[in-house]
Write a protein that binds this ligand. Structure first.
Ligand SMILES: Nc1ncnc2c1ncn2[C@@H]1O[C@H](COP(=O)(O)OP(=O)(O)OP(=O)(O)O)[C@@H](O)[C@H]1O
Length: 725
C-alpha cells in the first residue's frame, strides 16, 4: 500500500539545506567557544597551557626526539618529555604527565616562545607567534606521543618538511584541535543539495523530502537462504524487508537486539546478489565493529580512513595498508623508499642550499607518490564488494567516482542528518539502522524553539546535557533542527511503510527489560531464553548468594531530604569555563559506594560493574570516592555509556530538591540508555519524591514501576556518614 504524502509535508529542499548550513555554522561556533580553543594561538601563558592539559585539550613540556616516514608517506614525529623541565634525577622525568590526548586526535604542535622571542616574532609576522604543523596522534604511551603529519585537507603549512624541521631542539606543546573536516564536508554537501537542480534529484532524495512516496515491500521469507542459522525471526524479517525495499528501509534495533548482527547477514546477502555496498557509521568504532565481523567471511572488504584511527584488528583491511601490501601497491612502495632515503639525508646536509635541493626533490617525489597512490586506491576500491568509512570519511577523495548499489548507515540515530547526506547525496537505495528512542548525537548549539515553554532559571543551568528536545514533539515540517536526525524524520514521514523492528533482545534479565519495553517499545521486546532469568549469582565464577546477587532490580530510594543535590562549580579559574557547571550529590554517592562494596564483597568482579550518572559533577565525586578503591570498576556518564553493557549497572540519578526539578533527566531517551545497559543487575539510586513529582510522566511511571517491582531499600544518612568518618 502506497502512503499518501500530503502537500504540506513536501519540504522545499533549498530552504531546508540553507537552514542546515546556518545551523552547522552555529554549531561549529558553539563548539569552538565551549572549548575556548578558537583563539588559542601558540603564545598562551604557561598556566593556561597547564589548564588546557588538565581539561584534556593539551600536552605540554615536550621535545621532538625522532622522525620517520609512516604510512601514506607521512612524517611521524615522536614527542617525549623535555628533560630540562622534568624532575631531575627521578624516573619521573621520562614520563608524560596525566593528559587527555588520545590516538586519532587532530593536534597542532606549537613552539613555546620566551617573552623576548615572542616580541621578536610579533615584530616579524605582525600577528603573534606562528602556529606549528598539524597532525594526527598515532600512538600514545606513558613516555611519548607519536604524531603523523600531513593528512590531506587538514590545512597544513605550505611546506611541511620545513615546518617539522623547525621543531628540532625547541620546547614544544601539543594542542588538540576541533576537527573541522567534518564541518567542511557537511557544508559542502548541504551547499550541493541547496544548489541541485530539481531534475537531478535521485529517487531517494525525493522520498527523503516527501516529494514522492514509497510503499512497504512484499517478500517471501522462504526464498532467502540465510548464511547464519542462529538469526531470530525478527532479524530474518528485517533482512528480507531490506532486501525487498526499492529505495529505503529503516531497521529499528532496540537495545541488545542484534542490529549489527543483522546488518552483517544483510551485507552478505547483498554481496551474494552482486550488489556493491557502502557501509558507514558516525564513529570509527561503529564502522570497525562491522569490519571486524566481516573479516572472517570471504567478502572483499576495504576500510577507508586514517590508520591511526582504526582498531588494530581491522588494519589488514585498511585502504592505506592495502596500498602497501597488495600487488598493486608495489609500485607505490618504491617511491616511498625513495622518500625515506631523501628524508634521512636532510640531517646530513651542511648548507642551506643542499637542504633546499632536497626539499625540492621531496616535493616532486611526494607528488609522484600521490599520483601512483591515487590510481592504486581507485583500483582497490573498485575491486572490493564492500567499502566502509565513517560518514564524513565517505566524503574523501577515495570514494569520488565510485558507484554503489546500496548504502547502509549503522547507528544512524546517532548521526547528524547533514552528516548522513555526505554519502547519501548520490545514493540509489538506503538502509538505516538505529534506535531513535536512545540518545541522538550531541549538539551544543540550542535554538530556542518557538512557542516552547520557558524553563526556570535553575533548570537551564544543567550543563552536561547533550539535548533535551524530544523528536516526537518536534515535527520536521515545523522545525528544522540539528537534533532531529534523518532516522527520526523518515520515520515520522513514512512510518511503518519503511520500518521494521528487531524484537528479541540478548542482553537484559526480563525484569530489567519490562519497563523500557512497555513504555517505549510497544511491549514488543522479548528476552532471549539464554538471558531472561540470568542473575549475578549465575556468573561463571564464584559469587555468594546475597540479597543483591539474587535480585535483578534494586531501588535505593533517597527521599526525605537527607540526600540533597548541590550545584557543582569548578574552582580552577579558566577550567570552569572549559569544564562547565554541573550537579552532584555526595550523600547519594555514598549510597552508590555502599552498593558497589556489597557487590564486590559478594564476589562480583569490579570489571563486571559500571557506575553511571547523567551529571559530570557527580561523576567527579564518584571518581574521587571509588577510583582508587576499585581501579577496574567502570565509571562513566550515561551519554558516554550508550552502546555499552555490563553485568551490573549502578545508576546515580543525583536530583533531589524541594522544587522537584529534574533538569535533563526529563529526556526519556537518556533514561532509556541508563536503564538498558545491564545484563543481570540494575541498581537505581535516586529520590523517588523529586523524580515522581517532577511532572514528567515517564519518570513518575518509572518510580511507580520500581516501587512495585524492584527490591526497595532506604539508606540511613547517619549510618553512611558514620562509616565514612
Ligand atoms: N540471533 C541471535 N542469536 C544469538 N545471539 C544473538 C543473536 N543476535 C544477536 N545476538 C547477540 O546479541 C548481542 C548484541 O548483538 P549486536 O552487537 O549485534 O547488537 P546491537 O543491537 O548492534 O547492539 P546495541 O544494542 O548495543 O546497539 C551480541 O552478543 C550478539 O552475539
Amino acid at each position: 500500500m502506497a502512503l499518501h504524502i500530503d502537500r504540506k509535508d513536501q519540504f522545499p529542499i533549498p530552504t531546508w539545506a540553507e537552514k542546515q548550513l546556518d545551523l552547522i555554522d552555529k554549531e561549529q561556533e558553539a563548539e569552538a567557544n565551549s572549548s575556548k580553543l578558537a583563539g588559542t594561538a601558540a603564545s598562551v601563558s604557561p598556566s593556561t597551557r597547564r589548564t588546557l592539559q588538565a581539561a584534556g585539550y593539551a600536552l605540554t613540556g615536550l621535545v621532538l626526539s625522532q622522525c620517520r616516514t609512516g604510512m601514506g608517506g607521512r612524517v611521524v614525529g615522536e614527542f617525549t618529555p623535555d628533560p630540562a623541565i622534568s624532575a631531575a634525577g627521578t624516573d619521573e622525568k621520562l614520563r608524560l604527565g596525566s593528559h587527555g590526548i588520545r590516538v586519532g586526535d587532530v593536534v597542532r604542535v606549537n613552539t613555546v616562545t620566551s617573552g623576548a622571542a615572542k616580541n621578536k616574532e610579533k615584530e616579524k609576522s605582525g600577528d603573534g607567534a606562528r602556529d606549528g604543523p598539524e597532525g594526527v596522534v598515532t600512538r600514545v604511551s606513558d613516555k611519548a606521543a607519536w604524531i603523523a603529519f600531513g593528512q590531506k585537507g587538514m590545512g597544513r603549512p605550505k611546506d611541511e618538511d620545513e615546518a617539522i624541521e623547525q621543531l628540532w631542539s625547541k620546547k614544544l606543546w601539543i594542542l588538540k584541535l576541533a576537527n573541522d573536516v567534518t564541518y567542511r564536508r557537511m557544508k559542502q554537501t548541504m551547499t550541493k543539495l541547496k544548489e541541485m537542480k530539481q531534475k537531478a534529484y535521485t529517487n531517494f532524495i525525493e522520498i527523503a523530502f516527501g516529494h514522492s512516496s514509497t510503499s512497504r515491500p512484499e517478500y517471501n521469507m522462504d526464498e532467502v537462504q540465510f548464511v547464519d542459522p542462529s538469526l531470530n525471526d525478527s532479524q530474518k524479517h528485517a533482512i528480507c524487508f531490506a532486501l525487498a525495499s526499492k529505495d529505503l528501509a529503516l531497521i529499528h534495533g532496540p537495545p541488545g537486539t542484534g542490529k549489527t548482527h543483522t546488518l552483517i547477514e544483510l551485507i552478505l546477502q547483498l554481496v551474494q546478489r552482486k550488489q556493491r555496498v557502502l557501509v558507514c557509521g558516525p564513529s570509527n568504532i561503529s564502522v570497525d565493529n562491522i569490519v571486524e565481523r566481516l573479516a572472517p567471511t570471504k567478502v572483499l572488504v576495504v576500510r577507508i580512513g586514517h590508520p591511526a584511527r582504526l582498531l588494530p584488528s581491522v588494519l589488514d583491511h585498511s585502504l592505506e595498508v592495502l596500498t602497501q601490501t597488495s600487488d598493486a601497491g608495489g609500485i607505490v612502495k618504491d617511491v616511498r623508499k625513495e622518500i625515506d632515503a631523501k628524508q634521512a639525508s636532510i640531517r646530513k646536509t651542511k648548507t642551506g642550499r643542499e637542504r633546499k635541493a632536497i626539499y625540492n626533490d621531496l616535493k616532486s617525489l611526494r607528488q609522484e607518490f600521490r599520483e601512483r597512490e591515487s590510481k592504486c586506491v581507485h583500483d582497490l576500491v573498485r575491486e572490493s564488494s564492500v567499502a566502509l568509512a565513517t560518514l564524513h570519511g565517505a566524503g574523501g577523495h577515495q570514494l569520488k567516482q565510485q558507484q554503489f548499489d546500496v548504502m547502509i548507515i549503522d547507528e544512524a540515530s546517532q548521526a547528524l542528518e547533514a552528516q548522513c547526506w555526505i554519502p547519501l547525496i548520490s545514493a540509489k537505495k538506503v538502509i538505516l539502522a538505529g534506535d531513535h528512542l536512545q540518545l541522538p548525537p550531541t549538539v551544543k548549539f540550542k535554538e530556542p524553539v518557538k512557542g516552547a515553554k520557558k524553563s526556570s532559571g535553575k533548570e537551564t543551568k544543567d550543563s552536561d546535557s547533550a539535548t533535551t528536545t524530544n523528536p516526537e514533539d518536534n515535527k520536521w515540517t515545523q522545525n528544522v533542527s540539528l537534533e532531529t536526525t534523518l532516522f527520526d524524520r523518515l520515520l515520522s514521514m513514512h512510518g511503518s511503510e519503511v520500518k521494521t523492528m528487531l524484537t528479541t533482545q540478548y542482553r537484559m534479565h526480563e525484569k530489567i527489560m519490562n519497563f523500557p519495553s512497555d513504555q517505549l517499545y510497544e511491549s514488543k521486546l522479548i528476552a532471549a531464553e539464554a538471558v531472561k532469568a540470568r542473575l549475578l549469582i549465575d556468573l561463571p565464577y564464584d559469587v555468594e548468594d546475597t540479597d543483591d546477587t539474587r535480585e535483578p532490580l534494586v531501588l535505593w530510594d533517597t527521599q526525605g531530604g537527607d540526600f540533597p543535590e548541590k550545584s557543582e562549580t569548578n574552582d580552577i579559574g579558566n577550567k570552569e569555563a572549559l569544564l562547565g557547571e554541573s550537579k552532584s550529590n555526595e550523600m547519594e554517592a555514598m549510597v552508590v559506594a555502599r552498593h558497589v562494596d556489597n557487590l564486590v564483597d559478594a564476589g562480583v568482579r569490579p570489571e563486571d560493574i559500571a557506575v553511571i550518572t547523567p551529571y559530570n559533577g557527580q561523576l567527579a565525586v564518584l571518581s574521587q570516592m571509588l577510583r582508587e578503591r576499585y581501579p577496574d570498576l567502570e565509571l562513566g556518564s550515561v551519554d558516554g555509556f550508550q552502546g555499552r553493557e555490563k553485568e551490573a549497572i549502578v545508576v546515580s540519578l543525583v536530583r533531589s530538591n524541594d522544587e522537584h526539578e529534574v533538569g535533563f533527566l526529563r529526556d526519556k531517551r537518556r533514561l532509556n540508555v541508563a536503564m538498558t545497559r545491564p545484563k543481570r543487575h540494575l541498581c537505581v539510586c535516586g529520590d523517588s519524591e523529586t523524580l515522581g513529582r517532577s511532572g514528567v510522566k515517564f519518570l513518575k511511571d518509572w518510580m511507580s514501576f520500581l516501587e512495585e517491582h524492584a527490591d526497595l531499600r532506604y539508606p540511613d544518612a547517619g549510618d553512611l556518614l558514620q562509616s565514612s568518618a
